[in-house]
Design a protein around this ligand. Structure first.
Ligand SMILES: [Zn+2]
Length: 689
């Protein structure tokens, strides 16, 4: 018992705490809404954590203030023994399926026949490949959630659903303005990013990897220990207003979705309404290709008649509503037999195992091959030649083998071993102990060479038309090419080439013209084309810009290379190692003798910055370093790495230290971003460029 003097003070404390707790909860909910529904967080994570921290502390001090809807209660308590079964007040129906335009048209014609008119408005939404759930709200508070189950009965998983932060625990409206109770239906899913994060964690811990986001979401949601659910980030899309106690507040599905969104439910942003069934079909077809771009799996598009009165008029047949259907995409996963695990050779000599499959139709295409990445990956998945495997393909993403169907494994199948010798040239393979990859070390390995040609000719490199996989293999296979330099000697062998099947005089002419044109590509393109280890587009540009010529780069010391902006020690070493190799040095000499350009872009002629030498230092708000340098070059200016007396002016952004000082010492003009933009305008540049 507290003292008689203490009681009122404590009472006051409690009142103050209650007010603060309420204020904190309101604020946190507002931030949840900004984060989950509007995707426009107003405050940073640490500020959000501070609010939660304060709320937790107050609740610990005054446990009587804790309510089930408090944001702190998303963290679950002790595991349940089993999930109670709940009967759905109204069944969660299943949907009929259509797979193409004709079937969609047939579905619509049935409706038109029954109604004796066109329902005229349809709502389409991506069909999330997750788990259907039912959420019940009373007086604006989340009170009960359940799985779909068989549609009539599901399992009550309220505690687990509470841990999903995109499910609102309290709705964003005055409870008096809401129906006293209603149900919201939605799909719980796991994003691809979260799925990958989880699998990366498991791979690190040496645990077996999960198959796909859907099964993982299902498994996570049905954990008896809700703390496990809480540790995996699940998400929700609300897709339907279910039963409503009292008056139904809205007239159409589209309005209902908007209403749910306003109340704080995440709804799918790709939901769209259409007035014609043709437009619906176009929407559905477009998503077959677009689905790969989403961060969650979808397996179709749901099409609904929009108007609630029309929905009621159409009713239900069996367990399927007549007013909705699902346009299902071609299966993304299929089971087929793995005939063999073969090994391909890449341009660096890296050996990559891949699956030779019995052809199977999956995700809208027939698949007979799938990459297996590397030997470790094959071992982790434990797939063996002769296994039945699950193959997955989404949109235009390359097919993948998800894993073996162990129940169908025949006895005696051998585990995969990387071959001891290159499958192409039989040279013993080499494994770098620090890497997962195995290599063919033979420099004249024909496949390796063919791949190098393909890379040399690729768009970001020398951009040669007509040097695809097949032609490169032919050129190497028939001895026309023993190094990339031989490409430029092909014109000398025109007569022999004309004897090769499938190459006509016209084609050859095109190939030769392309080769000739490629000789003037700037140095950075050649550096990319050479395929120096770790040298991609950005690095090649930085090197070319800094050194200006092949000669300067070849003669640069390791320290000098490493001193280039954006080049680290590993890249610097790889570059130095390349030019220290007599064979590669000879190749570069050969290419120079054949007339290839060995320096970087000189200023384009005729631009407003013609004749000016400009140094950029520090970071600008408006452009990245590469963008601003491209802009200058595009306008005819020359970008220089060092400030000299010849420098026309220096564009200095945030933190451009030593070059700024140098400019000041030499009396070279300094411009900040705005000054630079003004100068460009004065020279006749317009923003639109
Ligand atoms: Zn080889």
């Amino acid at each position: 018992m507290t003292s008689i003097h203490g009681a009122p003070a404590e009472q006051r404390d409690l009142e103050a705490a209650r007010e603060r707790v309420e204020a904190l909860r309101t604020e946190i909910r507002a931030h949840d809404y900004a984060y989950y529904i509007e995707a426009q967080p107003v405050i940073g994570d640490s500020q959000y954590d501070a609010l939660m921290q304060e709320l937790r502390a107050l609740e610990a001090e005054h446990p009587e203030l804790i309510t089930p809807e408090s944001p702190t209660q998303r963290v679950a308590g002790a595991p349940a023994a089993a999930f109670p079964v709940v009967e759905h007040r109204e069944p969660l129906l299943s949907l009929s399926n259509v797979f193409n335009r004709d079937e969609l048209a047939a579905w619509q014609q049935r409706i038109v026949r029954l109604l004796e008119r066109d329902p005229s408005r349809y709502v389409c939404e991506p069909k999330i490949d997750g788990l259907a759930i039912s959420l019940v709200y009373e007086r604006g508070r989340f009170v009960r959630g359940a799985t779909r189950g068989d549609g009539m009965q599901g399992e009550e998983i309220t505690a687990n659903l509470r841990t999903i932060r995109s499910i609102p625990l309290v709705l964003n409206a005055d409870p008096d303005s809401l129906p006293p109770a209603f149900e919201v239906r939605g799909e719980v899913y796991m994003s691809k990013a979260e799925f990958q994060r989880l699998n990366a964690e498991r791979a690190e811990a040496g645990e077996q990897l999960y198959m796909n986001p859907r099964n993982t979401a299902a498994g996570s949601l049905r954990q008896l220990d809700a703390r496990i659910t809480a540790a995996r980030r699940l998400d929700l899309f609300a897709y339907q207003l279910g039963w409503v106690e009292g008056e139904r507040p809205l007239a159409s599905h589209h309005d209902a979705i908007r209403w749910l969104r306003d109340l704080g439910f995440p709804t799918n942003p790709h939901t769209e309404a259409f007035d014609s069934i043709d437009a619906v079909a176009e929407f559905c077809e477009a998503w077959v290709e677009r689905r790969g771009a989403l961060d969650y799996d979808i397996d179709g598009v749901v099409v609904k008649v929009d108007d609630f009165a029309t929905q009621r008029a159409l009713g239900v047949v069996g367990r399927e509503p007549r007013w909705a259907t699902a346009w299902k995409f071609p299966a993304e996963q299929a089971v087929t037999r793995l005939r063999e695990i073969q090994v391909s050779v890449g341009r660096t000599g890296v050996l990559t195992p891949f699956a030779a499959l019995e052809p199977v139709f999956v995700g809208g295409a027939t698949v007979s091959m799938a990459t297996l990445h590397n030997a470790d990956h094959v071992r982790e998945l434990d797939i063996r030649a002769g296994d039945y495997v699950i193959v997955q393909r989404a949109g235009d993403v390359i097919p993948q083998v998800v894993g073996p169907v162990l129940a169908r494994r025949e006895p005696g199948l051998a585990s995969f071993e990387m071959p001891a010798a290159c499958p192409v040239c039989a040279t013993p393979v080499y494994k770098d102990p620090d890497e997962a990859a195995y290599y063919c070390p033979n420099r004249t390995c024909p496949t390796k060479l063919a791949r190098q040609l393909e890379h040399f000719a690729s768009r970001g490199a020398m951009d040669l038309e007509g040097f695809g996989e097949e032609r490169c293999a032919m050129l190497v296979g028939r001895g026309f090419v023993r190094s990339v330099a031989d490409l430029y000697r092909l014109p000398e062998r025109e007569a022999e080439l004309l004897e090769v099947d499938k190459i006509g005089a016209k084609t050859l002419e095109g190939l030769f013209a392309g080769l000739q044109a490629s000789k003037t590509r700037p140095l950075h393109r050649l550096l990319i084309a050479l395929g120096i280890r770790h040298v991609g587009g950005e690095t090649a540009r930085a090197l070319a810009r800094h050194f200006g010529s092949m000669e300067a780069l070849q003669n640069a010391t390791l320290e000098e290379i490493q001193a280039v902006d954006g080049i680290g020690p590993i890249v610097a070493e790889a570059v130095r190692a390349y030019f220290d190799d007599p064979e590669y040095r000879a190749l570069v000499g050969d290419l120079a003798a054949l007339g290839l350009r060995m320096d970087e872009e000189v200023a384009a002629r005729g631009g407003p910055l013609e004749g000016l030498s400009i140094v950029v230092t520090g970071s600008l708000e408006r452009w990245s370093r590469n963008q601003v340098e491209d802009l200058i070059k595009g306008l005819g200016g020359k970008v220089s790495g060092a400030v000299t007396k010849k420098t026309s002016f220096v564009v200095a952004g945030e933190g451009g230290g030593s070059k700024r000082d140098k400019a000041e010492t030499l009396g070279v003009e300094l411009l900040d971003q705005d000054g630079f933009i003004q100068r460009l305008r004065d020279l006749g540049w317009s923003e639109a460029e």
